[in-house]
Unconditional design. Sequence first.
Length: 458
Amino acid sequence: MDGLYEAAITGNHSLLSQLSQGALDGVLRSCVRKDNPLHIGALFGHVDFVKEMMNRKPHLARELNSKGQSPLHLASAQGHVDVVEAILERDTDVCYARDGDGRTPFHIASIKGHIEVLKELVKAKAVAARVPTDAGEPLLHLCVKHNHFDAVKMLIEFAGDDELVSLKDYDSNTILHLLVDKMQHKVIKYLVDNTKVEINAVNTDGCTALDVSLENTSGCERWRTTWILVGAGAKQAREIFPKRPYKRTKKMQNENVRSWFSEALLVLATLMTTVAFQAGLNPPGGVWQDTGYHNNTLHDRYLTVITPPSHPELVPHFAGQSVMSYISPRGYIFFSLFNGFTLISSMLLIIILVCGFSSNSKWALSILTGISVLSMLVTYQASFVFLSSDEVYQKIYWIGGMFSLVGVVAMIVIVILWRMVIWIFSKDLHVYFFRMIWFLKKLGSCNTSAKSSDDYKP
């Protein structure tokens, strides 16, 4: 027995040829539910040993080891094409054999991505490619799941079976659903152009392939896949079943995104509240440290230029009061007013977010955030003007004002454009735009064909 196993490992088929039929039967009787010599020869890819064993004991091809694997399973997993061919020459029905996980040799080869092995299996028993796993996964779905997209194209071309591309998994997903989710627009293009795949199949989540594209993809990939699907006549589930409740496949993910956004906005609102509170307690220029008198003939940039009198005018001030409120009263009014706007709007943001009203108050959040940011910008401008010298102030006044205005306008435009893009995608308006383009292209093709036929009339 040990000699036969050693021959199987090393591929010494001459030793197998020397064994009598009775001696071989005695060895094989001890291999029940274990790896028999054919298992080992197939695993190591010794094609001559496998051929000799298949000639003498062809029934061994259907024997299963402790893991429920046949020799064809092992050869398919290792990619030994010659061994697979040798086994299938004597027994093609072994293609239906299932291992302990409910998978046939077809499934094993597709998971591993062994294209040449798949070709041999299809040539031997093409109909076995339709058999799903015990978990309900068809062959093509396994190829897509494990990113073997070349194997998908080969099976479609080589098998020539339209039913193969129409199979669905346990969630009623077609291969098109999975390819869209993987953003494989080239394979999708090949599939819709060369097969009779069901374009508008609906899975258990109530989604067509177009719904999956609109939900799960983004950026250029979304536009590419949507363009291909729309050109093939794809529809959304709500167009097929108008009265059917439509379940979003990424509802939970959208909830997570909303939660993340609320947390980020809460942090931002807290920071703006802290800054506004500190600015209110510590205004530019600080506070008077004592109670006394100060010269009130200084220049206030927010007022008309004051000509200093010949004698200074002394006015009283009190400890703890803002220096800016005495030296630049109008500037202090601007500063306090907009700093108050920042503080109040930021605190309202915190209240809305903490109380859990964010999902129903998107516009309120947007308005309050805009007020907070713009108020903080004006507050900064007032502080900057007060803290700058006359010389610096005169140089940067117009430039700073212009840049501030441009910045505010640019911010508003960006927000509006961003909201518009989100609205377009949320309403799937680009789908209808693509359909219009495809319609015009087909109309142009029809006109061209009609004109060509008229030219060939005698």
